[in-house]
Design a binder for this molecule. Structure first.
Ligand SMILES: O=C(O)[C@H](CS(=O)(=O)O)OP(=O)(O)O
Length: 236
């Protein structure tokens, strides 16, 4: 049987082996939810950057530039980190360069994986379908918050572990724990995660519509996959 494990923060990724595995990077609030929204709404490719200046420079190559730090749009950027900003195919056909506080770092730290997917609740079922069709172990890489554990990425990881239980064995205690948490709380994602510290931080920025979007299941049938450093959508 294939295996599934969870890494709870980019600070802990050095403890895991990535070789030969599919890594699913998840940053529910909000980077990976925003990436999936952008791709599903016609953004043709996304390049991710850890550094603000490198990302800002992509404007010269006709990229739409998205920069966020501590929940706010960084100075000089056209976009922040809001998934709803891309709805209604507002930026269809554009290429996007993006840097965020936690999520884009987790992607850059996943580079050794065999395949890198971007996970979010709005495309959960599509991601599960893709993983079930591949003969590879899975590592769920939670972006966390500034190096620490967070509830929303971990609960998403629990949802994946639970959904893969017929094909992938939970290979460590973190995966078993998050599966149990999802079994207990997954029926009310919005209620349970309203107490998450990140949801409270975002509420201070008056972006409840973002939180609501990020916790909505299966709006899109695409997956997000990073190939040669470029994130694109694929139909499953
Ligand atoms: O924009 C977000 O939601 C967060 C901001 S922070 O971590 O709360 O400062 O960034 P992300 O990279 O999406 O976690």
């Amino acid at each position: 049987m294939r295996k599934v494990e969870i890494c709870f923060s980019p600070e802990l990724i050095h403890l895991h082996s990535l070789k030969g595995k599919i890594v699913v990077v998840v940053d529910i609030f909000r980077a990976t939810s925003t990436m999936i929204s952008a791709l599903a709404n016609g953004i043709t490719e996304i390049r991710t950057f850890a550094d603000l200046e490198e990302c800002r420079a992509m404007k010269e190559q006709d990229f739409l530039i998205a920069g966020e730090r501590n929940g706010l749009t960084a100075p000089g950027f056209e976009m922040g980190n809001s998934p709803v900003a891309y709805l209604n195919s507002k930026y269809e056909g554009r290429k996007l360069a993006m840097t965020t506080t936690n999520g884009t770092l987790a992607i850059s730290k996943s580079a050794e994986a065999d395949e890198i997917l971007i996970g979010a609740f709005p495309n959960l079922s599509a991601t599960i379908q893709y993983l079930q069709g591949k003969d590879k172990d899975v590592l769920i890489h939670c972006a966390g918050w500034k190096g620490m554990f967070n509830l929303e990425d971990s609960l998403y990881a629990g949802a994946l572990v639970k959904s893969l239980e017929s094909s992938h064995e939970a290979s460590e205690d973190g995966a078993l724990a998050m599966k149990a948490l999802f079994e207990k709380e997954g029926h009310d994602l919005k209620g349970f995660l309203s107490q998450a510290s990140h949801a409270k931080r975002l509420q201070n920025h008056n972006i409840e519509s973002d939180i609501d979007f990020c916790l909505t299941l299966d709006l899109f049938s695409i997956i997000g996959k990073v190939e040669n450093g470029v994130l694109k959508s694929k139909e499953v």
